[in-house]
Design a protein. Structure first.
Ligand code: F0G
Length: 499
């Protein structure tokens, strides 16, 4: 099989076999209802022992290889100058191509240091849709995020190949409005997590890179799942069909100046990340801040054995294209299973997860009653499958006005850890979501009963909002409460209401 031309129509056989297992159990329906109630209807607050199939995230939940486990035994636990650190630096330099590397405990550690180095009060950071932790660190450093993603990203039914692209017209208008020196940097996430794992094309990255270099604006890559983006370029962009993912990834990185990395995704590590760059003076400053917030710059909050797992995982992530082809084919298999059952999913299928359009799934629940949060809780109660809200709860509040962001996309994410679940698990998930779909009219919304100040989706608690007595029972005809007035699908990009 040539994975380079795999069209995602069938599930590829696993390019690995299993030599260690972890038991799973499913608790009865009544116990699941109790568990989700006690978790305040927040899937982040469930205990993992109560979960059958955990599709909360692909972050730190991947199965490490035998090579990674054996590399861990070589961990050099020296406080300073560990050999494991030098092996990590070599791996990053050879695969991603950046000159300087600072390990961090995970992606947000890198985001924190970078934001402190480059953002000043009043700075603007344009990017292709927000990510929760990234935007928060930009705001805490005194800056503001400006969304310059293409409009297509906001249309769940639009099938464009590169819905993660930056709209250069929006970027140019913004730069004219605020003047280039106010732009701290341009941030490109490839692919875009919150848009449904949608990739960015090489052509777009090239144009954005030229735009930034002309004006002296640094371009920062969020590389958490950049290997998946490189695979989509191979599959979808003319001229790349025969190039290995490794070369495509390297080309993507060469167009940027800095990279923040959560190594808990592509690199299969259970913990870890890094900040990498080409500029020596930025490196000096970031290295110094690393000591303050993460640990000495040769371990960045990680044990020597973690650095080893990470170095090996980085090499493995691009060693063979059939690994990445299999990973994406699993996501596509689940996507197709749900789509064929009539469940509204975000088009086209993204890299790390299947995103269900909760607003189309539950049209009777208005966004202020948190349809995606409601749906994630219901899927767990129905099948023991854990998913995650990616809608109004995740979007949080505007830093200045304190009003809720009301994102166009109100989604539930079913995220596939790498090398963890099998086809029969995926079939079970499809059946579970279908059961919830069949009883969708019985679901009512949720309201906040506790809202933490930062990244509220992680720790918030909710309570059900009982359905209002139906108009018919009260003797009055009328539309169902909250039913959306405007069509959601096939009607082109929606009007701008960006977060
Ligand atoms: N950037 C992207 C695109 C991410 O998806 C994440 C994390 C981060 C940065 C932050 O990295 O968690 O290592 O600090 N995403 C996880 C998820 C949490 O479930 O999507 P981190």
């Amino acid at each position: 099989m040539n994975p380079a031309r795999h069209q995602g129509r069938e599930l590829l056989p696993e390019p690995y076999r299993i030599k260690m297992v972890e038991p799973l159990r499913i608790i009865p329906p009544e116990a699941r209802k109790k568990a989700v109630r006690e978790a305040g209807y927040n899937t982040f607050l469930l205990r993992s022992r109560d979960i059958y199939i955990d599709l909360l995230t692909d972050s730190g939940t991947n199965a490490m290889s035998d090579a990674q486990w054996s590399a861990m035994m070589m961990g050099d636990e020296a406080y300073a100058g560990s050999q494991s650190y030098f092996r990590l630096v070599e791996a990053v330099q050879s695969i991603y191509g950046y000159r300087y590397v600072i390990p961090t405990h995970q992606g947000r550690g890198a985001e924190h240091i970078l934001s402190r180095c480059l953002i000043r009060p009043g700075s603007i950071v344009p990017g292709n849709m927000y990510f929760t932790t990234t935007r928060l660190h930009q705001e805490l450093a005194g800056g503001g995020f400006a969304d310059v993603i293409v409009d297509e990203a906001y249309d769940p039914q639009c099938d464009d190949s590169f819905k993660g692209n930056i709209d250069l017209r929006k970027l140019e208008n913004l730069t004219k409005k605020v003047s280039a020196p106010k732009i701290a940097y341009v941030a490109v996430g490839a692919p875009v997590n919150m848009a449904g794992g949608q990739p960015v094309s090489m052509e777009n990255m090239r144009q954005v890179s030229a735009f930034c270099r002309k004006r002296g604006i640094p371009l920062v890559l969020d590389a958490a799942r950049a290997v998946e983006n490189a695979y989509f370029i191979q599959q979808r962009e003319p001229g790349y069909g025969l190039k290995p993912v490794r070369d495509i990834l390297r080309e993507m990185c060469s167009l940027t100046d800095i990279c923040t990395m959560s190594a808990k995704k592509d690199a299969f590590a259970n913990i870890g990340g890094f900040l990498a760059m080409n500029d020596a003076s930025l490196y000096e400053e970031a290295k110094n801040l690393c000591v303050v917030y993460e640990g000495l710059h040769t371990y960045g909050g990680l044990a020597g054995r973690d650095l080893e797992a990470l170095a090996q995982g980085i090499r493995e992530s691009v060693e063979r294209d059939d690994w990445i082809a299999h990973r994406i084919s699993q996501v596509q298999y689940l996507w197709r299973g749900l789509k064929d059952a009539g469940i509204p999913v975000v088009h086209p299928c993204g890299g790390h997860a299947v995103f269900v359009d909760a607003q189309a799934f539950l049209p009777h629940i208005p966004q202020k009653l948190l349809p995606a949060q409601t749906l994630a809780a219901a899927i767990y109660a129905d099948s023991g499958v854990r998913s995650m809200e990616r809608g109004i709860v995740s979007a949080g509040r505007d830093a200045a006005t304190k009003q809720d962001h009301a994102p166009e996309l109100e989604l539930v994410r079913l995220t596939l850890p790498r090398r963890v679940y099998t086809q029969t698990h995926l079939d079970y998930v499809s059946r579970g979501v279908r059961r919830t779909f069949q009883r969708r009219d019985s679901l009512c919304g949720l309201k906040f009963v506790y809202e933490p100040k930062y990244l509220r989706f992680f720790q918030a608690r909710f309570a059900p909002v009982p359905k209002a007595p139906s108009a018919r029972r009260r003797g009055r005809p009328g539309p169902r409460a909250g039913r959306r007035a405007r069509p959601r699908s096939g009607a082109g990009p929606r009007p701008s209401r960006r977060t």
